[in-house]
Design a protein around this ligand. Structure first.
Ligand SMILES: Nc1nc2c(ncn2[C@@H]2O[C@H](COP(=O)(O)OP(=O)(O)OP(=O)(O)O)[C@@H](O)[C@H]2O)c(=O)[nH]1
Ligand SMILES: [Mg+2]
Length: 457
């Protein structure tokens, strides 16, 4: 059974993480105080909870855990590292109801943050905290029997997540080269609270292209659109877009789908390592678009018929980035569809045939639709479909990153904040611009090759 180490960095990463833990527990049918009584039989629960090792280390493993208190009695610890260069979010973990699930050795904080400055996070906090972080990582790694990968969560807009987060990715690549590094990173909305976000996301993107195994970007503006669409269509009570509640729930659900193939049994399981092998044809083309259907938000669950789901999951409206893998101008280098719950192999085969007629494939990957089936549906649903695409339509995101970067950089606005960090070299700006251009060109080159298409039936 595969194990993951979750590393959440900066405010956004830790806030997503704080939503992650209760969602995982619910998926494993551990009752939290407000949950209705479980409908799971004792036997089903034992089957389901054998997979808890993926995210938890146990002192003594009981047969089943009905409640959080049962879990705490077994001295369970989440395989989570919580890192922030200010203390407020992580301080809530130290005091909150899940506090005993966090290992205190894995909480690393400082004061007062990285000031929305990538250079502060990467060049200053990185080297300063390197040993402390490596010690904490080693401590958790030693408690794993079958480590599948590191799963990092952070935003690209601030200083700590983008800077220290990408420093950690590089650190892991150097010290644990054989362990996969999967990154779920949040791109800002564009109309931002953080003025220097364009620089931060450009530098962080450049780093991830080079040191991550696979990157699963999400964009706050795409997530907000999903929330507004769902809530206005299915209920008259518009979700209060409080502190990222629904947006973070979508991100957490995506991570649960993404890892479900590695965590649970199934007729045709997809491991996270399979995803890398199947979906990344060249190391630098490692950004994968994700989408799923149906969505479950706080006040509403979208309903779709089973036979609509596969196309839905790959469609623009269900993508967590503003991009359309089914766009007739884009080229697909790989697709993975994972059905969760009650799906037969035939069901999936039919969906894939339909999906193939909507895609233009890179000629070397003409049959590149990987299919997986996982027996365990998401909590509260009978079935769902998760879709991953390596598609040139991700260029929308990179064009936006480069254009926002250039808007500031052509006037050299805010550059002095970065050069004030002594370890930062001013040449990094030019280098970043060049690297992003080269990277975008790689995707454009793929688009230029004559694609392969399946005939419509
Ligand atoms: N989806 C989502 N986005 C968030 C969340 N918190 C912050 N953001 C976005 O993340 C960006 C700011 O990044 P933060 O994570 O706050 O920054 P940080 O990594 O803590 O870095 P510093 O505060 O500069 O040290 C902004 O674009 C916010 O809109 C969250 O909980 N969820
Ligand atoms: Mg912060």
């Amino acid at each position: 059974m595969s194990e993951f180490i979750v590393i959440q960095v900066g405010q956004c990463g830790n806030q997503i993480g704080s939503c992650f833990l209760p969602e995982i527990l619910q998926e494993y049918d551990v009752k939290l105080s407000h949950d209705p009584p479980s409908k799971c039989s004792k036997r089903d629960k034992t089957d389901l909870q054998q997979y808890m090792y993926s995210f938890f280390n146990f002192g003594t493993k009981a047969a089943t855990f009905d409640t959080l208190s049962d879990l705490l009695r077994s001295n369970a610890k989440a395989r989570f590292l919580c890192i922030d260069m200010e203390d407020s979010v992580v301080a809530r973990f130290r005091a909150g109801k899940f506090r005993d699930l966090y290992d205190k050795k894995c909480l690393i904080t400082n004061y007062p943050g990285s000031g929305n400055n990538w250079a502060e996070g990467y060049c200053s906090h990185g080297p300063k905290y390197k040993q402390k972080i490596l010690n904490a990582v080693q401590y958790v790694v030693e408690q794993c029997d079958n480590l599948n990968g590191f799963l990092l969560l952070f935003s690209m807009g601030g200083g700590t997540g983008s800077g220290l987060g990408t420093f950690i990715v590089k650190l892991l690549a150097d010290h644990y080269p054989s362990v996969e590094r999967f990154i779920v990173c949040v791109y800002p909305t564009g109309t931002e609270d953080v003025i220097t976000a364009p620089y931060n996301m450009a530098f962080a993107t450049q780093e991830l292209v080079n040191s991550a195994t696979c990157v699963f970007p999400v964009e706050n503006k795409a997530l907000l659109d999903i929330v507004f669409r769902q809530t206005s269509r299915y209920c008259d009570r518009v979700s209060p877009f409080g502190p990222f509640e629904d947006v973070n729930k979508i991100i957490v659900d995506m991570v649960l789908h993404l890892t479900s193939g590695s965590r649970f049994g199934g007729k045709m399981n997809i491991d996270m390592n399979d995803i890398n092998t199947n979906m990344v044809p060249f190391p630098k083309l490692n950004f994968l678009l994700s989408g799923f259907s149906p969505f479950v938000l706080k006040y509403v669950t979208s309903k779709h018929l089973k036979n609509e789901l596969s196309l839905m999951a790959s469609s623009r409206s269900c993508q967590l980035v503003k991009a359309d893998p089914l766009d007739s101008r884009s080229t697909s280098m790989g697709v993975t569809l994972l059905g969760r719950g009650k799906f037969s192999v035939n069901d999936m085969r039919n969906y894939v045939d339909k999906l193939k007629t909507r895609l233009r494939f890179a000629p070397w990957s003409s049959k590149a639709v990987k299919v997986g089936l996982c027996d365990v549906p998401p909590k509260g649903l009978d079935f769902s479909v998760f879709s991953l695409s390596n598609s040139t339509s991700v260029l929308n995101l990179f064009d936006e990153v480069l254009s926002q970067f250039m808007k500031l950089y052509k006037r050299k606005a805010h550059v002095h904040h970065y050069t004030a960090v002594s370890e930062f070299d001013i040449q990094n700006f030019k280098q970043c611009q060049n690297d992003l251009n080269d990277f975008i060109q790689l995707y454009r080159d793929v688009e230029k090759i004559k694609p392969f298409t399946f005939n419509k039936r």
